[in-house]
Write a protein that binds this ligand. Sequence first.
Ligand SMILES: *Cc1c(COP(=O)(O)O)cnc(C)c1O
Length: 393
Amino acid sequence: MYGIGAFSRALALHHRFKLGTRYFTAQAASSLKPLCDPSTYSAEEYANIDWNNLGFGHTPTDYMYVTKSTGDGSFEQGKLDRFGNLELSPAAGVLNYGQGLYEGMKAFRRENGGIFLFRPDQNAARMQIGAERLCMPSLTTEHFLDALRQTVLANKRWIPPPGKGSLYIRPMLIGSGPILGLAPAPQYTFLVYVSPVGNYFKEGTAPLNIYVEEEYHRAVHGGAGGVKSITNYAPVMKPITRGKARGFSDVLYLDSVHKRYVEEVSSCNIFIVKGNIISTPVAGATILPGITRKTIIDIARDSGYEVEERLVEVDELCEADEVFCTGTAVGVAPVGSITYKGKRIEYKLGEEHVSKKLGSTLVGIQKGVIEDKRGWVMEIGEQTSWSNSMKAR
Ligand SMILES: *Cc1c(COP(=O)(O)O)cnc(C)c1O
């Protein structure tokens, strides 16, 4: 079934993480599970799909990573399975009580063929914090990173060519054991699946038109808005659907107590620019602490802007020079208009707007054309030649 010959040995040699200047040696070659049938991707470097028209839909790929908890709060070593359906008890904690977390990150291919992740250690840490909030055991950072590495490499032919998109990586931690009374599940499953993606919004990279939601709220103090709990997302489908039906790209939520402070958009954080000052609401309680948000704060400070994390009043949107959103899925997305209480505020985006500058720096670091001073980028796997595979197409 699986080849464990020279192919696997070669992979074992190459499978090291490079995170900043540190190397993680993943696992001994003997414990490295056979990755996949060599014929799956040695024969063809790229999957046969239309790389020029990727949106943000789910494309099934070859493999997924799965591991289960052992009962003492740790997880089995885990392995790659063919991508496919899971078998779950109808009494699984995740199905009945929403005990589940997800993460989202991207793998990029560079022009030289290298495959890179961006700050995946931050996703590992965020999942650990979320797991604590939802009474679930979690993976160590090393185990989490190893799962990513294995999944991305096994699905390498699904990583879009440079400039065409990225491989979205979706780790999940769910209460998979059966439980009837309201309590933490007796067993947990961690899995990782991937899908090639392009732009998140149908607008592509055009400015977003945002609607300020006054009826529904995303999160409350003391709730789970600050972690990527799956329970945060079904309740926003109604406002998003309503907003989209009215022609908006997405919805901006206000705080549930005063309906006065800006929180975030359904799956991305928000920033406002006024002169040299960039402001963003404080993350953690009701606002998801985005890794892109944190990264853009650092890039903005390095670029000479003053960044304030504070309460941001909805009225400030009227006076802002510029507004933009950040997230792994959306990147750094400029906002073209915000509609609040029936009034539409439009933002004029010149050639040199702030979000474009910050976004280009982020993409430049990811592509390797701007120096990665803080060790944000992590290379995985062996080198492949993009130029050769281009010729083959
Ligand atoms: C995932 C997510 C974000 C963005 O986080 P990143 O780590 O930057 O991808 C922002 N808001 C919400 C509600 C999210 O779920």
